[in-house]
Design a protein around this ligand. Structure first.
Ligand code: 1HE
Length: 257
């Protein structure tokens, strides 16, 4: 499924995916969620990283409330599972994803942001989970992903009390890894995506697929999975070349920031 509400632009090896329903604050209709799923499913194999951002004054106002139908329990369950399938492709799809955040990052918009690997927020960003006051619950994976960023206690408070985190508070709490001046989130996200795209593909794969699983495992299993992944990664020709280049003085040293 395609949608005029989602723009996909491929610049070299970076996919730029833009929510383009600015007039509706990029509210996530079913069509937009399916278009997002399709975009990640069909990314050309030359793409090595993606940036996702939102048109207009806000990143995303969450679920399109005008589509909130009176669903029976089974329909509600399937609707939530549709979101899960789409956001699973963001988190565990073909490439690392950097989210460029500004303005409202609320409800399902926060669920989408939390499925990305790196979040860059500008100083206008604010985070909220208005589901509590709308009489509903998160359904796009938020109860799994958001506590991993900020902890279950903060998420409980946000949903129970309607608490809104501003950009600085959000960065401190763990929503975003980067906080940048107003209007610069996209540029910073693109710069980071380009940097991520230069990594060995297997290293990025390990970070997307092995690290989150290891974090869920008991320590003994985690150490073993880590050893498996380390063995696979270092055996790749790419890894051998990169290490050789360093030893030959041809690769960049780590610089003090
Ligand atoms: C929308 C939506 C929406 C805006 N669904 N149409 N999400 C929410 O509860 C957040 C609801 N939205 C807001 O609180 C505000 O719109 C914002 C803070 C995001 C932005 O405020 P503002 O003043 O810039 O815009 P606005 O005037 O409120 O909205 C502009 C238009 O977008 C307006 O439509 P118009 O036809 O009158 O111009 C709004 O109705 C429309 N709009 N947000 C539908 N969300 C998988 S489960 C996830 C569950 C959730 O995400 S629940 C949280 C839903």
């Amino acid at each position: 499924m395609t949608s005029n509400d989602l723009h996909l632009d491929i610049q070299d090896d970076i996919a730029i995916i833009r929510l383009a329903r600015g007039a509706k604050r990029n509210a996530l209709s079913d069509g937009l969620i399916l278009a997002l799923r399709d975009a990640f499913e069909k990314l050309p194999s030359t793409v090595r990283a993606a940036v996702i951002d939102g048109e207009g004054p806000h990143f995303c106002a969450g679920l399109d409330l005008s589509e909130l139908k009176e669903r029976d329990a089974g329909q509600g369950l399937r609707h939530s599972r549709m979101w899960h399938a789409a956001l699973e492709l963001v988190q565990h799809g073909p490439v690392p994803v950097v989210a460029a955040l500004h303005g409202a990052v609320v409800g399902g918009g926060l669920e989408l942001a939390s499925a990305c690997h790196i979040r860059v927020a500008d100083s206008t960003t604010f985070y909220a989970l208005p589901e509590g006051s709308r009489g509903i619950f998160v359904g796009g994976g938020g109860s799994v992903r958001i506590p991993k960023l900020i902890g279950a206690a903060r998420m409980t408070d946000m949903m129970m009390t309607g608490r809104v985190y501003n950009a600085e508070e959000g960065e401190r709490a763990g929503f975003a890894q980067y906080l940048v001046p107003e209007g610069t989130a996209f540029d910073k996200a693109l710069e980071l995506a380009k940097r991520v795209a230069t990594n060995a593909p297997l290293t990025n794969y390990a970070l997307m697929h092995a690290l989150p699983r290891i974090a869920e495992q008991p320590a003994d299993h985690g150490f073993f999975t880590e050893a498996l992944m380390a063995g696979i990664a270092q055996a790749a020709p790419d890894a051998k070349e990169r290490v050789r280049a360093f030893l030959d003085g041809k690769a960049a040293k780590v610089q003090k920031s």
